[in-house]
Ligand binder design. Structure first.
Ligand code: IPM
Ligand code: MG
Length: 370
């Protein structure tokens, strides 16, 4: 039996705990049928953390995340905590984990599964076979830059300030992640910024170009203004392979790319740190969808993005490529069989809830297990 794999599971709020429940069943199945042993610890984050410990991400949760080989994150936030002061809101849970664990590279695949090509906001022929990887910088830029805050100017008027700031090292390390990924894909990186208006964008373009020239001359690099990229994504998305962008541009463009795939409820993501001297790398996996408070507690949420986040975890943190592919294949076959949760419902398909969808994935896994 392979060595224990230490996982920290943070279901969070809203539909997080519901969809995470389906992943726990996949984990249990793997322990029994694939003889993989996971050492799973569960923790609190977001609103659940606020209710229990008075903070969206306690020191204990950060410590447990540091200890773990990988973190599987659900989602945070909800109307219950909307009135809290800015410094206490649930979203700080994920931001603190990204920052403290140094999770600087956020990988957001936008993949159109064949059975869902018709569910896209675009014509099926424009998205059929779409496979984009967005690499978003996730510990820097305007999310964390100083100065920030709301203050009063000399005229007695309030001024809101955020700062977009990037060092060349921050740009270079996330660029390397994008180039490395491209080498195993279609070998093209589109780097986005606003070098036409922003100083940080000028530096971004220069540094990405330097990294490519010095280390990745074999990878095609295209520079594109972020606004143009949004337009291209919405009109001719298949031109892209890997898209590389800052924290903010990556946040925006990954939601847009997600819409092209038909449902946020299908998309996983990985956020990776640097490889340490001991060869370990902190990593957190989470679905792109949020806590969806409007449907929470009703048993109708789509568990696929959370299950696929677990597949990414197996692939990137444990190198378990076959198991990851088995889970991804099972999800795709369940969709092909016509089962749909409400978010991806189409005419003529069978509408099911969270548990039935999770069960169907298990059944497909079992069918194809050797
Ligand atoms: C995301 C989310 C977060 C972000 C929020 C919840 C802080 O939108 O992961 O894309 O802006 O990074
Ligand atoms: Mg976002």
């Amino acid at each position: 039996m392979p060595a224990n794999k230490k996982l920290l599971v943070l279901p969070g709020d809203g539909i997080g705990p519901e969809v995470m429940g389906e992943v726990r069943r996949v984990m249990d199945w793997m322990q029994v049928r694939r003889a993989v042993s996971f050492d799973v610890q569960e923790g609190l984050v977001g609103g659940a953390g606020i209710d229990a410990d008075g903070t969206p991400c306690s020191d204990a949760t950060v410590a447990a995340a540091r200890q773990a080989d990988a973190v599987l994150f659900g989602s945070v936030g909800g109307p219950k905590w909307d009135k809290l002061p800015f410094e206490q809101r649930p979203e700080l849970g994920i931001l603190r984990l990204r920052k403290e664990l140094g999770l600087f590279a956020n990988l957001r695949p936008a993949l159109v599964l064949e059975p869902l090509a018709e569910a896209s906001s675009l014509r099926a022929d424009l998205v059929r076979g779409l496979d984009i990887m967005i690499v978003r910088e996730s510990t820097g830029g305007i999310y964390f830059g100083e100065p920030r805050g709301i203050s009063m100017n000399a005229a007695g008027k309030r001024v809101g300030i955020d700062t977009e700031v990037y060092t060349e090292d921050e740009i270079a390390r996330v660029a390397r992640v994008a180039f490395d990924l491209a080498r195993n894909r279609r070998n093209k990186v589109t780097s986005v910024e606003k070098a036409n208006v922003m100083q940080s964008g000028r530096l971004w373009r220069a540094v990405v170009g330097e990294v490519r020239a010095a280390e990745y001359p074999d990878v095609e690099l295209e520079n594109m203004y972020a606004d143009n990229c949004a337009m291209q994504l919405a009109s001719r998305p298949k031109q892209f392979d890997v898209i590389l962008g800052s924290n903010l541009f990556g946040d925006l463009l990954s939601d847009l790319a997600a819409a092209l795939t038909g449902s946020l409820g299908m998309l996983p993501s990985a956020t990776l740190g640097a490889v340490g001297s001991d060869g370990r790398r902190h990593a957190l996996y989470e679905p792109i969808h949020g806590s969806a408070p409007d449907i929470a507690g009703r048993g109708i949420a789509n568990p696929c993005a959370q299950i696929l986040s677990f597949a990414m975890l197996l692939r990137y943190s444990f190198g378990m490529v076959e198991d990851a592919a088995a889970i991804e294949g099972a999800v795709e076959r369940v969709l092909a069989s016509g089962l749909r949760t409400a978010d991806i419902m189409q005419p003529g398909r069978a509408r099911v809830g969270t548990a039935v969808m999770g069960e169907a994935v298990l059944r497909e896994l079992e069918k194809h297990a050797s």
